[in-house]
Write a protein that binds this ligand. Structure first.
Ligand code: NAP
Length: 264
């Protein structure tokens, strides 16, 4: 990682190899799209393999089959981040296909919102499993490859819910706060091997996840934001691209807030 030597020809992450989890839609899809626009070869991994293949095809501008062919720089892959073998396969597949792994974005996520009175232990486990264990499995598998190469950037998607706590989201807020601890501990372990680990905390972003909210709740949350609007997935992707690229070469263990000024 050479530091600030100018924008490389072909984009900020030209020639790099990237894996984005939960990339079939929403924020993950935009992260994958922006990394690809900036020259990366990208694996879009999602629990829904068909959705991942379609998303990869959309980015590559071709049909689903063509992006799976040899020599292509975008691939869609089924991957359940709660499953150890599945995550290791996604890392191995990306590294073999693209000749290494430079960037991992742990983005896959779910919500199972409920008050403490109503939340089941299964709802708690499911959310912790996807966000926290899923990110940990990703960090462990990717860092094994990156530390040998002595370079790499891992970006974990946390949430402002992990900073402030949200009622009805004891599971989600705990998982997202846990991701910050994971990020900092891994950053300290891996820094001397040239691997950086950072996190992004989005605020309210317009995706399928937030479209499930009642409109009046969404409007009330928007009214609370100093910039008076929800963010777009691409605005989260911009922060991820920065952390993935050499522009942030001296940053590790950092948490970037992308929330329109909310909860600063
Ligand atoms: P989204 O539109 O629901 O996309 C998340 C993707 O992850 C979906 O395709 C989902 O598949 C997939 N996924 C779920 N479980 C998975 C698993 N076990 N393995 C692999 N993929 C899995 O959500 P989003 O809004 O883009 O959120 C992306 C990330 O940003 C999440 O970590 C979320 O917590 C975080 N975030 C979002 C907001 C926001 O306002 N939207 C704010 C802060 C943080 P299914 O649809 O089949 O579950």
């Amino acid at each position: 990682m050479g530091g600030l030597t100018g924008v490389p020809v072909g984009g900020l992450v030209a020639g790099r190899s990237a894996l984005v989890t939960g990339a079939g839609q929403g924020i993950g899809l935009e992260i994958a799209r922006l990394l690809h626009e900036h020259g990366a070869r990208v694996t879009l991994a999602d629990v829904d393999a068909e959705r991942a293949a379609k998303a990869a095809a959309e980015i590559a501008g071709g049909d689903a089959d063509s992006v799976l062919g040899p020599g292509r720089d975008v691939i869609g892959l089924g991957c359940d981040v709660t499953d150890e073998t599945s995550v290791e396969n996604a890392v191995r597949h990306t590294a073999e296909r693209f000749g290494g792994l430079d960037i991992l974005v742990n983005n896959a996520g779910i919500t199972r919102d409920a008050s403490l009175r109503r939340m089941s232990a299964a709802d708690f486990d499911a959310v912790i499993g996807v966000h926290l264990k899923g990110s940990w499995l990703g960090v462990r598998a990717a860092s094994a490859v990156m530390r040998e190469a002595r370079r790499g950037s891992i970006v974990n998607i946390s949430s402002l819910s992990g900073k402030s706590g949200n009622p009805g989201q004891t599971n989600y807020s705990a998982a997202k706060a846990g991701i910050v601890g994971l990020t900092k501990a891994a950053a300290k372990e891996l820094a001397h091997r040239g691997v950086r680990v950072n996190a992004v905390q989005p605020g309210l972003i317009r995706t399928a996840m937030t479209e499930a909210m009642p409109p009046e709740v969404f409007a009330a949350r928007e009214a609370d934001i100093p910039m008076k609007r929800a963010g777009q997935p691409r605005e989260v992707a911009g922060a991820v691209l920065f952390l993935a690229s050499d522009l942030s070469g001296y940053m590790t263990g950092a948490v970037l807030e992308v929330g329109g000024g909310r909860l600063m």
